[in-house]
Design a protein around this ligand. Structure first.
Ligand code: SAM
Length: 485
């Protein structure tokens, strides 16, 4: 790693002329630029916007992979790049035209984190700005990126981040490109789970790694060995139904195309298994997924339910997401898959079913998603601490309602893709404090194969389960297991 202040070996000289205009702009960079624009202007989700934009620009194979990494990596690392760019411009960043700032971020990612030669990173970005914004901003872009290219990423971080000893949170925020409040929230989450504070760096770094693509082989519909053979993938360590893909397009696999398998993080598979595998006395016939959209866990639960003669009801508040649940729970001919009773749109805080209807209930609550930042490149910049103020009361009401529709002796899993205690243990404790018909159970007994996953204990001392991207290579799913008495 070069010493602070050392020039990068192939760093461009300052003050050079803008590269000569090219005839056309590289389509992969145009696609990445359009993704950033869609995220900024239309509030799009990058992972949903990408497939259409790749298609629009005619990108496949390696070019599509390059555009995906360029857009997603730039969005994830935007906090670091903005600090670098701010040090290279002669005005506040807020005064740089947003369209130009998008391009500067893309250029910075190529210069500092991708193996793109400097001259190509700069000239293609200048071409992009010339084509999409104008000649004046193209010259500005050239000058700024030449300065960005004078140092490598580690050297830039040392130059632009606050002093690590004086302001460790501020340093981590710039070095790992997370909003300051998110760094504090994740540090607090690690501490509440009894983990070493030194893990924070690894956790934040894991958030910047694109997650490996994992498939779930839905039992009874396709065998895991069959899926391994069809994809060239490898079995996952923690979920007995997971297959880690070596790369390529998951949609091209026949089992995925017909819904027998799906793309699903191993952590999400484990949440469904925490509910299905927890020991239950008595009737085990009716299962409910109270917050089912878009339907990933519901599809695994339906397959597991079918295997033991139970039936799943799937509920979702938003009609457009119920459509996705129905699709996830349907055969290619439109019929509901085995194990599904019904798919309905409804407010889970006021469920339509009689009290005591269900034997097993999943509350996969709407949450901040701070445990799934790897998967949603832009989300860390969209979330605000205020989101928790709205989410926590909803989470409590959903858990309360789930307990109401569970029969005495029946089980409820409360899960979030967030490790933040305000929306995990504190929600469960608040609900338990208001009821005398519930007891907490340790969820780990249903998932003995998952190591090193103790979450914060509930107020009564009962264990919870917390997965971590830097430990388990999954999203940071939280699981609490409750039983109606
Ligand atoms: C974390 S997501 C669930 C993910 C899903 N279980 C899966 O694995 O695909 C939470 C869902 O809860 C839904 N939701 C929000 N408020 C709700 C409510 N009052 N009742 C039911 N669902 C709600 C959201 O629309 C969202 O689809």
């Amino acid at each position: 790693m070069p010493e602070p202040g050392r020039r990068r070996p192939n760093a461009p000289r300052r003050g050079g002329r803008p590269p000569a205009p090219r005839r056309s702009v590289d389509p992969a960079r145009l696609a990445a630029y359009d993704v950033l624009r869609a995220v900024r202007v239309d509030g799009a989700y990058a992972n949903l916007a990408l497939p259409d934009l790749l298609r629009k620009h005619g990108l496949t194979g390696r070019d599509a992979g390059f555009a995906t990494e360029l857009a997603s990596g730039t969005l994830r690392r935007q906090g670091t790049y903005d600090a670098v760019v701010a040090a290279c411009v002669d005005r506040p960043l807020a005064k740089v035209e947003a369209k130009v700032l998008d391009a500067l971020r893309l250029g910075a990612h190529q210069l500092l984190a991708m193996r793109v030669p400097d001259h190509a990173a700069i000239s293609t970005t200048v071409d992009l700005v010339r084509a999409r914004v104008g000649q004046g901003p193209a010259g500005f872009t050239n000058a700024v990126l030449r300065r960005v290219g004078e140092h490598d990423l580690a050297s830039w971080v040392r130059r632009v981040a606050p002093d690590v000893a004086g302001d460790p949170v501020g340093f981590a925020a710039v070095a790992h490109s997370h909003p300051r409040w998110v760094v504090s929230a994740l540090a607090h989450a690690l501490a509440r789970a009894g983990r070493d504070a030194g893990e924070l760096d690894a956790l934040l770094a894991a958030d910047n790694e694109p997650p490996a693509v994992t498939l779930v082989a839905r039992p009874g519909r396709v065998g895991r060995d069959e899926l391994v053979a069809a994809t060239g993938g490898t079995p996952t360590q923690l979920s007995p139904h997971g297959v880690l893909l070596p790369g390529g397009d998951p949609g091209a696999t026949d089992a995925v195309a017909r819904g027998a398998a799906g793309v699903q993080d191993e952590g999400s598979q484990l949440v469904a298994l925490a509910l299905s595998e927890a020991p239950l006395d008595g009737r085990d016939e009716r299962w409910l997924d109270l917050c089912a959209g878009p339907g990933g866990k519901a599809a695994l639960l339906a397959a597991l339910a079918a295997g033991r003669g139970a039936r799943l009801s799937a509920n979702e508040a938003q009609e457009h997401r119920t459509v996705l649940v129905r699709r996830a729970l349907s055969e290619p001919d439109g019929a509901l898959v085995a194990g599904v009773d019904e798919v309905v749109t409804g407010d889970g805080t006021a469920p339509r079913w009689e009290p005591g209807t269900f034997d097993r209930v999943l509350v996969d609550a709407p949450c901040s998603g701070l445990g799934a930042l790897r998967r949603r490149p832009e989300s860390r910049w969209r979330r605000t601490p205020g989101d928790l103020r709205d989410l926590v009361p909803l989470q409590r009401r959903l858990l309360d309602a789930a307990l109401d529709v569970t029969r005495p002796g029946g089980l409820v899993v409360y899960a979030t893709c967030s490790p933040v205690p305000a929306e995990t243990v504190e929600v469960v404790d608040a609900v338990l404090a208001g009821r005398d018909d519930v007891r907490a159970l340790a969820p780990g007994a249903a998932l003995p194969q998952v190591p090193d996953a103790a979450g914060p204990a509930l107020a009564d001392g009962t264990a919870t389960l917390q997965l971590w991207p830097h430990v388990h290579r999954t999203d940071a799913m939280f699981v609490a297991l409750l039983q109606r008495t």
